[in-house]
Design a protein around this ligand. Structure first.
Ligand SMILES: Nc1ncnc2c1ncn2[C@@H]1O[C@H](COP(=O)(O)OP(=O)(O)OP(=O)(O)O)[C@@H](O)[C@H]1O
Ligand SMILES: [Mg+2]
Length: 306
């Protein structure tokens, strides 16, 4: 890399560091296989955490198929800038903001045909130039796999809190999810836990469960690979409809089993009690702590803001 480019890269690293220093927990949501529900999980955990009073940012790094804006019901929003250099995330609710390449695309049907270096540049720009301000959480949605996007996030944010790995129960999805576990280990990033999504279909007529993709594959993988299991989210037609319509699912009652599952998972993560496997969870902070209260907290905890 020529010297001037190296300087520019280092300058951008400093910008990223300064922005990330103002954010409590930075969590990357990933999966081996596509379509298993990463974006659904990201959007719903964000809504649940926002309901719990946390300030939350969502970064969509799925540059080829950005769906976050649609699921939040803010598609069509455009990026704005206060100073002509940095840009502001789009506000979903006062304590929930989102940034996605889809806000910069004039034609939503136009394919984004980018090589790895361009994707790396875009993600680094999102991290360095987006005015998040102080956040308790930054949830980072990714495309499937362990490629450019995941690598860029891990390298640009060395202090990433951890990964949440989403899988469906069947063997072919679990096989790929194992790669996400090993990716996190290779990158030295903590695994907050694995979520088994589409874990049985609740029949809208009789309420009984049909194991379309099987059941328990995610949990079995966790015990086999010694990683924490965060929970099972059943398939629900109403949830899919809510995502298509950009509706906030966190406001429906707990009679919806997928909503209850998403709430429980968000609660576990927020209280630092995720990973009930006896594993050291100190990287998540003191149980019960709220990162926005860090400044006045005296506990000796790694997530404490200086
Ligand atoms: N538990 C669920 N019940 C019903 N529908 C679901 C559930 N989880 C996800 N879906 C639906 O499945 C589809 C795929 O989900 P989603 O887009 O979140 O997957 P993804 O892993 O982000 O996909 P990609 O790999 O393309 O980014 C969406 O239409 C979503 O609404
Ligand atoms: Mg997605």
């Amino acid at each position: 890399m020529p010297d001037d480019e190296k300087d520019e890269f280092e300058l951008q690293n400093e910008k990223i560091r300064a922005r990330m220093d103002r954010i409590g927990r930075k969590i990357m949501i990933m999966s081996g296989k596509g379509g298993v529900g990463k974006t659904t999980v990201t959007v719903n955990l964000a809504n649940e955490l926002a309901d719990m009073g946390c300030t939350v940012g969502v970064l969509d790094t799925d540059l080829h198929g950005p769906n976050v804006a649609k699921m939040f019901g803010v598609e069509g929003a455009t990026l704005s800038s206060a100073d002509g250099v940095s840009f502001l995330p789009v506000e979903v609710r006062p304590n929930l903001k989102v940034i996605s390449l889809s806000f910069a695309l004039e034609d939503q049907d136009a394919p984004v045909i980018w090589r790895g270096s361009m994707k790396m540049g875009a993600i680094r720009q999102f991290l360095g130039d987006c005015e998040w301000g102080d956040l308790d959480y930054l949830l980072i949605d990714t495309p499937p796999g362990t490629g450019d996007e995941q690598l860029t996030v891990c390298q640009a944010i060395p202090e990433l809190t951890g990964t949440v790995i989403v899988t469906t129960p069947q063997d072919v999805a679990v096989l790929d999810a194992r790669k996400s576990v090993n990716f996190s280990r290779k990158m030295g990033v903590a695994i907050i836990g694995v979520i088994e999504n589409m874990s049985g279909l609740v029949c809208p007529h009789c309420g009984k469960e049909i194991p379309i993709f099987g059941k328990g594959g995610g949990r079995r993988m966790c015990s086999d690979m010694h990683v924490p299991f965060l929970g099972e989210i059943p398939m629900e037609m109403d949830l899919r409809e809510a995502e298509d319509e950009g509706k906030d699912w966190s406001h429906v009652g707990a009679s919806h089993p997928s909503r209850k599952a998403l709430y429980d998972i968000a609660n576990e993560i927020n209280n630092g009690t995720a990973c009930s496997t006896g594993r050291d969870t100190s990287f998540l902070g003191t149980p019960g702590c709220k990162p926005s209260a860090c400044a006045s907290c005296t506990a000796n905890c790694p997530s404490r803001k200086k």
